[in-house]
Design a protein around this ligand. Structure first.
Ligand code: SAM
Length: 207
């Protein structure tokens, strides 16, 4: 199937993307809603979660992505493969993740991954960056105890900025890591590794 064509970047501050999503109801989405949940924020075409869902049937997977055509394509693929543990949502994670997760049962969110978010290099575009106080607060609130947040990027200043926002939260303990703890790489990770460029990674556990 040809890959759906989309804009490379969208502006999360644009009115179109500042909508309030309906909260997900996991019992309507997953074959077994009691399984631990892995949330990937900025899931793009969703191939990372697709592979994860295939090799980890004992976990449910949720992708949040701002480019709607990619979400539709990824959900189509998940259905074609009959994966009852995989779902994607059109969501502007910077501003409305909290509404999406509002009805999430406690003690279900086990993993959160944030991988190679757009850097929005210019200072005047800093507000468009995905990880902000809102996002950190929402993720930490819903993460179960001993749940894990994994973050990676190839952009040094963005790594520091994102890592610092999570470090400020006293409910988290940082775990230094050199490698990706998951056995699957995202498309961006594979591309960066192929070029031999550095990748900055860290992990946090909720304590
Ligand atoms: C550089 S891509 C990386 C995709 C994938 N995580 C990977 O590592 O290959 C960043 C992704 O985050 C998405 N994104 C950017 N801002 C977002 C936001 N506010 N909410 C949800 N997704 C967002 C983009 O549309 C894009 O798909």
């Amino acid at each position: 199937m040809p890959r759906v064509r989309v804009h490379q970047h969208v502006n999360p501050l644009a009115p179109y993307f500042r909508f309030t999503p309906k909260p997900i109801e996991i019992e309507k989405i997953y074959a077994n809603p009691c399984l631990p949940l892995h949330l990937d924020i900025g899931s793009a075409r969703g191939r990372f979660l697709l592979k994860m869902a295939e090799i980890s049937p004992a976990c449910n997977f949720l992708g949040a992505e701002i480019r709607e055509p990619l979400v539709e394509e990824a959900n189509r693929l998940a259905q074609e493969k009959n994966l009852g543990n995989l779902h994607y949502e059109f969501n502007n994670a910077t501003y409305s993740l909290k509404f999406l997760l509002e009805k999430l049962p406690a003690d279900i969110l086990q993993f959160v991954t944030i991988q190679f978010p757009d850097p929005w290099y210019k200072k005047k575009h800093a507000k468009r960056r995905m990880v902000n106080d809102n996002l950190v607060e929402t993720v930490v609130e819903h993460l179960k105890f001993s749940g894990v947040i994994f973050i990676q990027t190839d952009v040094d200043f963005l790594a520091e900025e994102m890592f610092e926002l999570f470090r400020e939260d006293e409910k988290l303990r940082e775990i230094e890591i050199a490698e990706n703890p998951f056995s699957v790489k995202t498309e961006r990770e594979a591309a960066v590794e192929e070029k031999g460029l550095p990748i900055y990674r860290t992990m946090f556990e909720k304590i």
